[in-house]
Ligand binder design. Structure first.
Ligand code: DOR
Ligand code: ZN
Ligand code: ZN
Length: 387
């Protein structure tokens, strides 16, 4: 079969460092299969499946289960992320080596959704993963500074009467772990950077030679805390939407390369967990099917820079060697074809994700994914998933 690529842009298959697929445990919100379809439709060929499932992905058994489900779905390379500790806020390191040696070959370990508050535990985790060139992906929240937090702490939270999540709760723990990673000589990756101050700390750490990388989400590049005025929980997310000045700093950092990658933090939630009062709603937003369009809408990146931040660099961080690269002639390719001229309107009901919590509902966005190929086989053709 031949595809007419006239007018289309070819990108190496997108790689998402941060996806919540919810299986096992919350299959009503997403499954590996439904999330894989959403990913392929968004132009992705690989996703790193976050560990805050139920049970938590803290053993070889759970990561192998997720990995196997990904193979069965066959639409995207599902790379399980392991939990750093036993249970997400655990006090013992999980069996990182067993997960690394498992069929899932885990290289990324994360505390996403919680945080390793104990610096001794973080130090030991960094020492451990250094041995097999793994990386700790840190959720960047000091939980003792976010007790009860519902949105960004600032003028808007004061006005709305919602408890704030201060920027320092993110910045303090990034600074701590950057110093620890430098001391150990291990790799540290910062998840969903959301403040200007975090950017400054990451820049400083890189200048000192710390092996630190960072990601930013599409929603933190486009939306601000004024959205909370609506009290619509679709805008509730961790870390929270910040200020305009933060958005400007994040965009500049992504262009500069201080922030290395775009990652979605795709966080599907069942209707009852989102269609309730702000205070009770779960934090998180869908991201896979809108990510590239939001990056185009945000502007400021060339196609080559988009390939760098959404494919090549995240592939390197995740230790993937067949993604984020130009295929050798004749070799099976991981790539996606984008119609840069097309615009489409986001209809939550038309998304492949099992959940509906997109903050971009009703927006008309640039860029449509026309086709995606995984290992040379189409996963999306004509804008539709092949299975
Ligand atoms: O908004 C978020 N949702 N942030 C996280 O850190 C976790 C995620 C989730 O699992 O829903
Ligand atoms: Zn997180
Ligand atoms: Zn997350």
């Amino acid at each position: 079969e031949r595809i007419d690529g006239d007018g289309l842009v070819a990108l190496p298959g997108l790689v998402d460092l941060h996806t919540h697929l919810r299986e096992p445990g919350r299959e009503d919100a997403e499954t590996v299969a439904t999330g894989s379809r959403a990913a392929a439709l968004g132009g992705y060929t690989a996703v790193c499946a976050m560990a805050n499932t139920d049970p938590v992905a803290d053993t070889a058994g759970v990561v192998e289960q997720v990995w196997r489900l990904g193979r069965e779905a066959g639409l995207v390379d599902v790379r399980p992320v392991g939990a750093v500790t036993v249970g997400l806020a655990g006090e013992r390191l999980a069996e990182l080596g067993a997960m690394a040696d498992s069929a899932a070959t885990v290289r990324i370990f994360s505390d996403d959704g919680h945080c390793v508050s104990d610096p001794r535990l973080m130090r030991r985790a960094l020492e451990y993963v250094k041995a097999f060139d793994g990386v700790i992906a840190q959720h960047a929240e000091e939980p003792r500074l976010t007790v009860g937090a519902l949105m960004h702490e600032g003028e808007m939270s004061a006005r709305l009467g919602l408890t704030g999540w201060p920027a320092v709760a993110e910045e303090a723990i990034i600074a701590r772990d950057a110093l620890l990673a430098g001391h150990v000589g291990a790799r540290l990756h910062i998840c969903h950077v959301s403040t200007a101050g975090s950017v400054d700390i990451i820049r400083w750490a890189k200048q000192r030679g710390v092996r630190i990388t960072a990601e930013v989400t599409p929603h933190h590049l486009l939306l601000t805390d004024v959205r909370a005025e609506s009290y619509d929980p679709v805008f509730k997310v961790n870390p929270p939407l910040r200020t305009n000045a933060d958005v400007e700093a994040l965009r500049a950092a992504l262009r500069e390369g201080v922030i290395d990658a775009v990652a979605t933090d795709h966080a599907p939630h069942a209707t009852e967990d989102k269609e309730c009062e702000w205070a009770y709603a779960r934090p998180g937003m869908l991201g896979l099917e809108t990510a590239l369009s939001i990056i185009l809408e945000t502007g400021g990146l060339s196609w080559d820079e988009i390939a760098e931040r959404m494919s090549r660099t995240p592939a390197r961080i995740a230790g993937l060697d067949t993604h984020g690269v130009d295929p050798a002639p004749g070799a099976p390719a991981n790539l996606t074809l984008v119609d840069p001229a097309a615009r489409w309107q986001v209809d939550p009901g038309a998304l492949a994700s099992r959940s509906r919590n997109t903050p971009f509902a009703g927006m008309t966005l640039p860029g449509r994914i026309v086709a995606t190929f995984l290992n040379g086989e189409p996963t999306v053709l004509d804008g539709k998933a092949v299975k």
